[in-house]
Design a protein around this ligand. Structure first.
Ligand code: HEC
Ligand code: HEC
Ligand code: HEC
Ligand code: HEC
Ligand code: HEC
Ligand code: HEC
Ligand code: HEC
Ligand code: HEC
Ligand code: HEC
Ligand code: HEC
Ligand code: HEC
Ligand code: HEC
Ligand code: HEC
Length: 464
């Protein structure tokens, strides 16, 4: 009996039975028909003994002809499997294998790898082998006879993995990574086996760099953030989906604290917070990835500061800029992360107009300048702000009603020599200083007292 006759016979029987069950068991009919059909399609049609099989193939010229198994003939499928399309059906189906289904080896992987040595070797030597392959189930993904999908896959690549894996978990976040959304799982996961956990195709950042070229070029920068070198990208990014565009594993204002917990403690303790740091906007100054600058800063320090403190960028236009300001190093005086001093200054500095002098109050300035400036009464060397040998810095600063540096100097930048201010704020009014410089001294005529002069060579007597 050839296949065509058998099919005819089966259709007849199934129809008969269908009519009877329809009459008797209306509700159960569908299920029963299905069961009967399934039973027929597998058992009744696969031979149970080698003899049955041998009888079936006896005298045939080939298995795939216009009459028989024509679906396996050359030219039917876009992607043919060589042994099937060239009629070597016996390389998989053979009499000795009966009573196994279809005369096949139970462990597919053995019969497939008889020819596919490379795959065999991979599976044997790699540490992580995919479940279906461990079970010898090559045909859960491949159609042994041929298919319309490359690599004779049973389904298009994009639907292959979801036949067994629920994508619900992977797609949990509302932002799905493009290659994942496209079902290109195989770009990152080797379908058979690999030496990396989760059967990834490559290790660490390499996995991602093939597509993210900008990140690839960045990896050559001088400073690369440690986690990228150690673990690649998945410490911070979920490779599949997430709740923001970058699919960060924690909220963007917490992700840095996952590892830099000490920074969180530090910032919590400061009495003066710097808003962007305290609120976890670390990436307004730091790159999470890499940088040409130390500490992974994304720009020159002053440029970073001026992006938010826009008004202060006028300092750059002033004629005299204070040394560290000129170098763009705002961090010399300010701690970007916070501080216990006003204006997030690194060290104490009194910012009022008057303050009683005490040692330590001006530590910030004396980080770079000599403290003798305000502790020595008489000098001919320590300062130029003197009348003869009387140190006018000492005189103004070092007393109960001491003037602070800020009373006379503009700490950042000024259009007057010696970083002097053109005016100061006293209470609510702004008072001009009217400083003028001479070769050996200078004078000021502020709103609060008459003109006073000083001269290093020829002592000036100022009368009130
Ligand atoms: C590379 C191994 C391999 C080759 C070569 C091969 N088959 Fe198969 N064949 C299988 C496997 C495996 C199954 C079981 C399919 C399944 O479980 O999905 C199968 C199933 C079948 C079936 C029953 C199910 C069906 O799809 O109809 C027939 C009939 C069949 N093969 C015929 C042939 C013929 C004819 C040839 C040669 C033209 C051939 N096979 C070549 C592996 C092979
Ligand atoms: C008799 C030898 C033989 C057996 C057995 C065999 N194959 Fe093949 N297979 C080939 C040949 C020959 C090719 C075509 C040459 C090539 O691409 O490697 C091929 C191609 C393939 C391809 C396509 C490779 C590509 O690059 O497109 C896949 C996938 C494949 N076989 C899977 C299987 C699976 C799964 C089994 C077991 C069910 C199997 N093969 C059994 C000989 C065999
Ligand atoms: C989970 C699905 C899946 C299973 C199971 C599977 N494969 Fe594949 N196989 C693929 C995919 C997908 C490709 C396409 C190439 C790629 O992505 O690496 C492929 C490619 C191939 C190729 C051609 C490329 C190569 O690596 O040489 C061969 C041959 C092959 N498989 C044989 C097998 C054999 C033999 C088995 C059983 C031991 C098997 N496959 C089991 C999914 C699978
Ligand atoms: C025939 C069913 C089947 C198909 C199809 C399938 N898988 Fe799997 N997969 C499994 C099973 C079973 C496991 C669990 C056993 C294991 O850990 O390997 C698994 C495990 C995995 C794991 C976890 C491995 C680990 O180390 O945690 C990954 C990743 C995976 N599969 C990816 C894929 C991808 C990608 C595809 C599509 C190319 C795919 N699977 C297709 C059955 C399947
Ligand atoms: C861009 C690369 C990439 C793509 C594309 C990708 N994955 Fe993954 N996948 C990974 C990485 C990396 C891991 C390991 C995650 C980890 O260890 O935190 C992983 C882990 C997994 C795991 C194991 C999860 C677990 O919790 O152990 C499964 C299952 C998985 N992927 C399935 C898939 C499936 C299915 C697809 C396609 C829909 C896919 N992946 C696409 C990179 C990718
Ligand atoms: C197959 C190529 C491919 C691979 C491999 C790949 N990506 Fe992607 N990735 C894309 C595409 C395409 C986009 C979407 C780009 C867009 O929307 O501008 C994207 C987007 C992203 C984004 C969001 C970009 C944004 O603008 O916010 C991140 C973050 C990302 N990928 C990280 C990774 C990580 C981490 C890996 C490795 C685990 C990886 N990618 C591997 C192709 C890839
Ligand atoms: C330490 C955590 C961390 C690591 C590790 C990390 N990223 Fe990111 N990544 C981030 C953060 C945070 C953002 C969001 C930046 C922002 O909002 O300014 C981001 C943004 C991105 C973006 C989108 C914006 C852009 O800069 O193009 C891509 C693409 C990206 N990362 C890819 C990668 C790749 C690829 C790797 C591995 C080589 C990686 N990331 C490693 C934290 C990280
Ligand atoms: C997965 C853990 C991890 C995450 C998440 C992480 N970092 Fe790091 N980071 C490190 C490690 C490890 C170092 C190296 C520590 C060292 O050298 O002391 C480092 C170093 C740094 C450095 C350089 C310190 C130096 O002395 O040069 C900066 C700046 C930095 N991280 C900022 C960030 C920012 C900003 C984020 C959030 C976008 C972040 N980190 C997220 C682990 C992490
Ligand atoms: C306003 C800009 C700015 C912000 C916001 C900022 N930083 Fe920094 N960070 C800097 C600068 C500038 C340095 C260089 C050294 C210094 O000034 O202490 C630095 C240095 C670092 C260092 C290395 C030196 C050290 O102090 O340990 C780490 C780690 C660091 N930052 C982490 C963070 C983390 C985590 C955040 C977010 C909570 C953050 N930064 C927010 C500007 C900033
Ligand atoms: C992402 C924006 C941003 C960046 C970048 C930034 N700041 Fe700030 N800064 C702020 C905000 C917001 C405040 C709080 C302002 C307020 O409360 O009025 C602040 C406050 C300050 C204060 C305290 C002002 C006061 O009146 O108490 C100083 C000083 C300061 N920043 C200096 C800096 C320095 C130095 C840099 C560069 C290292 C910098 N900032 C970078 C946003 C920024
Ligand atoms: C030499 C130490 C020093 C340097 C360097 C410095 N600052 Fe300051 N900064 C101070 C002091 C002291 C104050 C508080 C008193 C004042 O404003 O005169 C202050 C106050 C501020 C304030 C708040 C008051 C205001 O004027 O808006 C901001 C903002 C600020 N600085 C930003 C910067 C930026 C940006 C830079 C780098 C271009 C910088 N600072 C460099 C010492 C410094
Ligand atoms: C990080 C080092 C540093 C700190 C801190 C510092 N200065 Fe300076 N200062 C300099 C340098 C370098 C110069 C010389 C370049 C110049 O004229 O600005 C200078 C110059 C000056 C001058 C002008 C000298 C002249 O001859 O024109 C004054 C005034 C001054 N500083 C005041 C202060 C005050 C007030 C403080 C405390 C708030 C302070 N400095 C903190 C480095 C510093
Ligand atoms: C009453 C106004 C006034 C006060 C207060 C003041 N300065 Fe000055 N300072 C000047 C004048 C005026 C000059 C310029 C002297 C000259 O070269 O003729 C000067 C010059 C300087 C110089 C340049 C070197 C030198 O001594 O000639 C430094 C540094 C300096 N001041 C730092 C400070 C510091 C630090 C404080 C606070 C502890 C401070 N000043 C307080 C008026 C003042």
């Amino acid at each position: 009996m050839n296949r065509g006759q058998k099919t005819e016979g089966r259709r007849q029987r199934t129809e008969d039975r269908g009519q009877k069950t329809e009459v008797r068991y209306l509700a159960l009919s569908f299920i029963i028909i299905l069961l009967v059909f399934l039973a027929h399609s597998s058992d009744a049609y696969s031979f149970t003994t080698a003899n049955e099989f041998l009888a079936h193939v006896k005298g045939e010229k080939g298995c795939a002809t216009q009459q028989c198994h024509q679906q396996f003939m050359k030219g039917v499928k876009k992607f043919e499997h060589d042994p099937a399309s060239s009629g070597e059906c016996g390389s998989c189906h053979n009499a000795e294998a009966y009573p196994n289904r279809f005369g096949l080896e139970l462990n597919q992987s053995v019969s497939c790898t008889a020819c596919h040595k490379k795959v065999e070797q991979e599976i044997q030597t790699n540490q992580f082998v995919h479940g279906p392959i461990k079970n010898g189930d090559c045909t859960s993904c491949h159609d042994p006879h041929g298919s319309d999908t490359p690599f004779i896959l049973k389904k298009p690549y994009s639907q292959l993995c979801s036949t067994c894996h629920s994508l619900k978990g992977l797609y949990a976040g509302s932002f799905i990574h493009k290659p994942v959304e496209d079902g290109n799982c195989g770009i990152c996961h080797a379908p058979h086996s690999s030496n990396y956990k989760s059967r990834l195709r490559d290790i660490g950042a390499n996995l991602c760099l093939s597509c993210h070229e900008d990140i690839m070029s960045g990896m050559t920068k001088e400073y690369v953030h440690a986690p990228l070198i150690k673990n690649g990208c998945i410490d911070c990014h979920d490779p599949h989906s997430g709740n923001d565009k970058s699919r960060l594993k924690s909220a963007s204002n917490r992700i840095c604290f996952n590892c830099h917990e000490e920074k969180k403690t530090e910032m919590d303790h400061y009495t003066k917070k710097h808003k962007p740091a305290f609120e976890g906007q670390c990436t307004s100054c730091h790159s999470p990835h890499f940088s040409e600058r130390k500490y992974l800063l994304t720009g020159e320090i002053d440029t970073l500061c001026y992006t938010c403190h826009k008004d202060n960028s006028v300092w750059k236009k002033r004629q005299f800029q204070h040394g560290p300001v000129m170098q763009g190093n705002c961090a010399a005086c300010h701690n970007s992360h916070g501080s216990d001093n006003a204006f997030i200054l690194r060290l104490p500095f009194p910012y009022k107009f008057y303050t009683a002098y005490e040692k330590g109050k001006y530590s910030l300035c004396f980080l770079c300048h000599k403290e003798a400036l305000v502790t020595t009464g008489k000098t001919l060397t320590i300062t130029n702000f003197r009348n003869g040998d009387v140190n006018l810095h000492w005189l103004h600063v070092n007393q109960e009603k001491g003037r602070t540096c800020r009373a006379c100097h503009d700490i950042h930048a000024s259009d007057i020599e010696y970083h002097l201010r053109d005016e100061f704020i006293f209470g609510t009014s702004s008072i001009p200083i009217n400083y003028s410089k001479t070769v050996t001294g200078g004078s000021c005529a502020p709103g609060c007292h008459k003109e006073r002069r000083y001269d290093r060579v020829k002592v000036v007597e100022n009368n009130n």
